[in-house]
Design a protein around this ligand. Structure first.
Ligand SMILES: CC(C)(COP(=O)(O)OP(=O)(O)OC[C@H]1O[C@@H](n2cnc3c(N)ncnc32)[C@H](O)[C@@H]1OP(=O)(O)O)[C@@H](O)C(=O)NCCC(=O)NCCS
Length: 167
């Protein structure tokens, strides 16, 4: 079965919250936060789902405030499906959406203790531009701030994208 990208919908909320709680035990978004975010879909927000059959295997979201900057808000893939290129496909979708909105740069925050996500972002041309000490609570973990200039992209070498951040 192949993975397809589509818009994230309210019906996905249960599956998203399950993934959210397993991947971000420190700072999982609440159902209310997600519902508010989804209400802004297409109006300053872009949320995309990766689905395989009826299963939601990943999701990602981005804020597009209307200027030349966008921010990756979240990105997660069900651990059973890691390493299949799904995270790369979701991130590609976000960066393409930012380019469609004429953004010049995309920012994100990633936990300092999350090298797997940092590697993924670096492969897509993100580089470290700052650190927020003790940003994640209650753990006190630092956030690394990363930036990607959309007109400065190296050729992407991420995993193979199926048809179709952040913390
Ligand atoms: C970070 C995350 C989204 C990555 O998702 P993913 O679907 O596994 O990502 P991909 O398969 O596209 O890419 C990562 C894999 O591709 C490999 N890969 C792909 N292209 C590669 C390249 N050009 N060079 C080296 N490795 C490459 C990576 O090594 C890794 O493979 P591995 O499983 O063998 O280590 C996922 O691990 C996740 O959900 N983590 C928990 C939540 C999280 O941390 N989110 C980010 C918040 S900022």
């Amino acid at each position: 079965m192949s993975v397809r990208l589509r818009s994230l919908r309210y019906e996905d909320l249960g599956a998203v919250l399950d993934l959210e709680r397993s991947h971000f035990p420190d700072d999982a978004w609440s159902p209310g936060m997600f519902a508010e975010e989804l209400a802004m879909q297409g109006r300053g927000r872009h949320y995309v789902a990766a689905g395989e059959g009826n299963e939601l295997v990943g999701y990602a979201g981005m804020m597009l405030p209307g200027g030349r900057q966008a921010e990756v808000l979240t990105l997660a893939v069900n651990q059973a499906h890691w390493g299949r290129g799904i995270g790369s496909a979701l991130l590609t979708n976000l960066l393409e959406e930012a380019a469609r909105h004429d953004c010049a740069e995309v920012f994100l925050e990633v936990r300092a203790d999350n090298p797997r996500a940092q590697d993924l972002y670096q492969r897509f041309g993100f580089s470290n531009v700052g650190i927020r000490r003790g940003y994640y609570q209650p753990s006190g973990m630092d956030a690394i701030v990363m930036r990607c200039g959309l007109n400065e992209q190296p050729s992407r070498t991420g995993g193979t994208a199926p048809a179709g951040g952040a913390r």
